[in-house]
Write a protein that binds this ligand. Structure first.
Ligand SMILES: Cc1ncc(COP(=O)(O)O)c(C=O)c1O
Length: 384
């Protein structure tokens, strides 16, 4: 047999093997990241090929890319009831959270040095607050959720003070799927002239968001949670031009001087295609069906649902199973899901979210987060 035929055969076997492995797996980690929608993939390929000019360039090709970027900016703004001039592109929700919180409070130190957040925010918010506390002398009040993982708006309101400069509360918790009372907190912030930041990484395109109705001043979103590319996100800033913000990334004046660096045209256009697609908004009914079937199965085998019954998006379900080694399951099973805790072979750290809703270390070690969408029929077929 010639060398080439041998190589081809090897390649084919290898592909077959890979396909077999892939086809056996059931992806249940859509809250961590999502695959690209076909429309996104198409736009990404096109843009990587054609939109190579610098969108800040004055020539025709640069201007053409710039115009397309501005269309995406307008489309994102429209989707949350904002103005196009209030949207900044970032690398994702982590950077948006950094720019909103550090950018606002450090530029407005005279207004006060007290921040309110929750104890179940995404790790990046807790890290930002820790940084502000340690390096800049801010006082942070961490509000704990109720036992079901939902915040009591009154607890947040009761913590507001004369020197509170910012409140930052996530819309949907990434481990439990619990929906937080954003409207009541936003109203209270508005009445007290306190700025309100919302991390909407898990809620954008799943729940309706109108920044005026909800009195939101800063809103963080991320493309890879909505079937767009990784490495791109956006921050909404109310009255951007009149708001004092310290840039986190200094650069050559891009994004109103708030976020330096050449705009990532293909990623932004791919993000735009994801925002434009209606399939996520339309997925609630089917996702709810998967959620109900899985809840019933878990209870049938003696398991417990850590996620709340109400005030909850169906896309995320945190479950606890009897005699279950979650860490081993997450690492080795073909059901691809997450454990709330950060693990290393030397050190198993408990999920702070599960701890905050009252679970013991042992209970957290038998808990996993599964998250789904309507595109993956494998889990539906498995449950039915
Ligand atoms: C609530 C929440 N905030 C922020 C992030 C970070 O998003 P990104 O990966 O876009 O930086 C995530 C991602 O898991 C998240 O779930």
């Amino acid at each position: 047999m010639s060398k080439n035929i041998c190589l081809n055969l090897k390649k084919k076997r290898c592909l077959k093997y890979l396909f077999f492995i892939r086809s056996k797996m059931i992806y249940l980690d859509f809250a961590a990241s999502t695959p690209l929608l076909p429309s996104v993939k198409k736009e990404l390929f096109r843009a990587f090929e054609e939109e190579y000019a610098n969108p800040s360039s004055a020539h025709k090709l640069g201007r053409s890319s710039f115009e397309k970027i501005e269309k995406v900016r307008a489309f994102i703004a429209e989707s949350i009831g904002a103005y196009k001039s209030e949207i900044i592109f970032t690398s994702g929700a982590t950077e948006s959270n950094n720019l909103a919180i550090k950018g606002y409070v450090l530029a407005n130190q005279k207004k006060g040095k007290h921040i309110i957040t929750s104890s179940i925010e995404h790790k990046c918010i807790l890290s930002i607050c820790n940084f502000l506390e340690k390096e800049h002398g801010y006082e942070i009040t961490y509000i704990a959720p109720q036992k079901n993982g939902v915040m009591d708006a009154q607890d947040v309101i009761a913590a507001m003070r004369e020197d509170t400069v910012l409140v930052s509360i996530m819309h949907v918790n990434n481990e439990l799927g619990s929906i937080q009372p954003i409207a009541s907190i936003g109203q209270a912030c508005f009445e007290r002239d306190i700025r309100f930041h919302v991390d909407a990484a898990q809620s954008y395109k799943k729940l309706p968001i109108d920044v005026d109705e909800l009195n939101i001043d800063f809103l963080s979103i991320s493309a890879h949670k909505i079937y767009g590319p990784k490495g791109i996100g956006a921050l909404y800033i109310r009255d951007l031009r009149e708001t004092r913000i310290k840039p986190v990334i200094h650069g050559a004046g891009q994004e109103y001087g708030l976020r330096g660096g050449t705009l990532a045209t293909p990623l932004i256009l791919g993000f735009g295609a994801a925002v434009e697609d209606q399939t996520i908004e339309d997925s609630f009914e089917e996702v709810s069906k998967i959620n109900s079937l899985l809840r019933a199965k878990v209870i049938e085998i003696g398991g417990i649902i850590n996620s709340p019954e109400a005030h909850h998006i169906p896309h995320i379900l945190n479950i606890r199973l009897p005699n279950f080694d979650a860490s081993n399951f997450v690492t080795n099973s073909d059901f691809l899901c997450s454990q709330g805790s950060a693990c290393s072979s030397m050190n198993i750290e408990m999920s702070y979210v599960l701890r905050e809703i009252g679970l013991s270390f042992e209970e957290s070690q038998s808990s996993i987060r599964v998250s789904f969408n309507k595109f993956d029929k494998n889990i539906l077929n498995f449950l039915q």
